[in-house]
Design a protein around this ligand. Structure first.
Ligand SMILES: [Mg+2]
Length: 386
């Protein structure tokens, strides 16, 4: 079998953007992959154009060798754009290999170790009322883990998003303290501060809440510098969930080896695909750290992550954004075949390959508009991370 073509489709689904990639072969088997570099899809399209002549004519079954060639086959190795491109290609090659051997992808990874993939609900909220109403809705519907995504800066519809960290932590700490009383102690609660805080702001945030209010904090500060997280690690005693922006096992390495993070927020569509995800999973397993995969994109990312999660012993929850109160990334017009949520979990199915298919005729006719993330600004006019 030989690769004959690779096609990139940047698409708008719901309010977001996605880049899906199709690889075709001379056997008539094709595979779908997705890149996770949201908002910079056209850069990844460019990277894949560079990779095209390296892929045409290659045997798609040699996934590991192709990964090495794409990652190391230029003097300037790696980086987010290249590994987002490699991720999409790698996932598509696994889809092809599974279909060619008539097995689900997890069979290529050692077989399944669980029958269901537990998910957490991503709960986005701008007001206290939204936080309580949405959280209680999820708990009532069987979700045992709520990962909160505060957007209190959107509570008044303003042209510019104003974000003052000290004001935010005071409001959110108060709301979360009340939320814990309402949902009781059996629900796991985490919060994603989306790299908006500094070390002392994170310290103050945690000290504003009674012990036991939340169970972990996700990425309160930016993640370029493991030493900064180590400093924060020594100041507060709550587990961290870090890693959704990491683009290789080497970026995960200090966070795992030095026990800085307690959950690995791996993104299969950014870290280097299924090949690199299994390596990160093994490194994490050696430190008794569970994967808690990032999954904001769409059904290809969901499906690829389900196969990785099925084949790993060290797994906690998969992020689920299509849980009724966040967004819609899985439009059936684009994805007529996709994983289907059953309550708060995905069943591990035995469909050959990934178990996802797209309506290519439909997506060919859609115009693509890049989506820029909002900008948050402080009162003094300076930028804060979104
Ligand atoms: Mg996050």
């Amino acid at each position: 079998m030989k690769i004959t073509n690779i096609i990139t489709y940047p698409i708008n689904v719901g309010s977001g953007s996605q880049l899906v990639v199709k690889i075709e072969t001379d056997a008539g088997i094709y595979g779908w992959g997705a890149s996770g570099l949201s908002g910079r899809e056209l850069a990844v399209v460019g990277a894949i154009e560079h990779y095209r002549p390296l892929l045409i004519g290659k045997n798609p079954m040699q996934i590991g060798a192709i990964w090495q060639d794409l990652y190391r086959g230029q003097y300037f190795e790696g980086g987010r754009v290249l590994t987002a491109a490699i991720s999409a290609i790698d996932i598509a090659l696994y889809d092809i290999k599974g279909k060619a051997l008539n097995v689900p992808v997890y069979e290529l990874l050692g077989g399944k170790q669980r029958d269901y993939i537990p998910c957490f609900a991503s709960v986005r909220f701008a007001t206290y009322e939204e936080l309580i109403e949405r959280s209680l809705y999820f708990v009532k519907n069987g979700w045992d883990m709520l990962r909160l995504a505060p957007a209190e800066f959107e509570k008044e519809l303003k042209k510019d998003h104003r974000f003052e960290p000290r004001e935010s932590i005071s409001i959110i700490a108060d709301w979360l303290t009340k939320l814990r009383k309402k949902v009781g102690s059996s629900v796991t609660i985490g919060i994603d501060y989306h790299t908006r805080l500094t070390i002392p702001e994170t310290y103050s945030f945690m000290k504003r809440m009674p012990r036991g209010t939340i169970d972990f904090i996700e990425e309160p500060i930016r993640d370029e510098n493991p030493e900064a997280y180590e400093a924060l690690r020594k100041m507060i005693d709550i587990p961290f969930a870090i890693g959704e922006e990491f683009s290789s096992k080497w970026q995960f390495l200090p966070f795992l080896e030095r026990n800085i993070t307690q959950y690995a927020r791996i993104d299969v569509c950014n870290v280097g695909g299924i090949t690199e995800s299994m390596k990160v999973a093994s490194l994490a397993e050696a430190h008794y750290i569970d994967l808690m995969p990032h999954n904001p994109l769409g059904p290809i990312c969901t499906a690829a992550t389900i196969h990785v999660a099925a084949a790993c012993p060290n797994f906690s929850w998969l992020e689920e954004v299509n849980s009724g109160a966040h967004t819609s990334t899985n439009d059936l017009k684009y994805y007529p075949i996709q994983p289907k949520l059953e309550g708060a979990r995905y069943p591990v199915l035995d469909t050959p390959g990934l178990g996802v298919d797209l309506d290519e005729e439909y997506i060919k006719n859609q115009e693509f508009k890049p989506v820029e993330i909002p900008r948050l600004s402080r009162d003094d006019g300076s930028l804060n991370n979104w």
